[in-house]
Design a protein. Structure first.
Length: 144
């Protein structure tokens, strides 16, 4: 078994954080694609759709892979509770975009994407803690 298998295969926080980061990277790719496709309709719409689609993908991957909770956390609960956490990310990223466009009105879509992904990284760390301890973790404790 390789070192990567050991790091990703366990159920400790390091393995979960590694899987969380991989899922985050995947969902950020979906976010960026959505953003680029919809940027012509405005950055706020592009951001909202990107956040919604990437969050749904991330919530499901976290439920099935990151926290291995598919047997104890229903799909709707993961989407609802994980989505509520993502709403905070949407609000923070929207505020960051508003400030960017206020202070730098000529900023490109790539600058907007970079800003939102940076904000998402910070929010993502807080989200990991909340998902691990609240959304997926509490059910594991309740079932033991």
């Amino acid at each position: 078994m390789s070192m990567l298998d050991l790091r990703l295969g366990g159920d400790g926080w390091v393995a979960q954080l590694s899987r969380f980061a991989l899922v985050g990277g995947s969902s950020n790719v979906l976010y960026a694609l959505s953003f680029v496709v919809l940027d012509a309709y405005g950055t706020f719409l592009a951001n909202a759709v990107g956040v919604a689609t990437s969050t749904m993908l991330a919530n499901e991957l976290h439920r099935r892979r990151t926290f291995r909770a598919a047997d104890r956390v229903p799909w709707f609960a993961a989407q609802w509770e994980g989505g509520a956490l993502a709403l905070l990310g949407l609000l923070v990223s929207s505020l960051a975009l508003a400030l960017l466009h206020f202070f730098f009105p000529g900023a490109t879509g790539l600058v907007s994407i970079a800003l939102v992904i940076g904000v998402s990284a910070v929010v993502g760390g807080l989200r990991f803690v909340a998902l691990r301890g609240w959304v997926f973790g509490r059910r594991q404790v309740l079932l033991q």
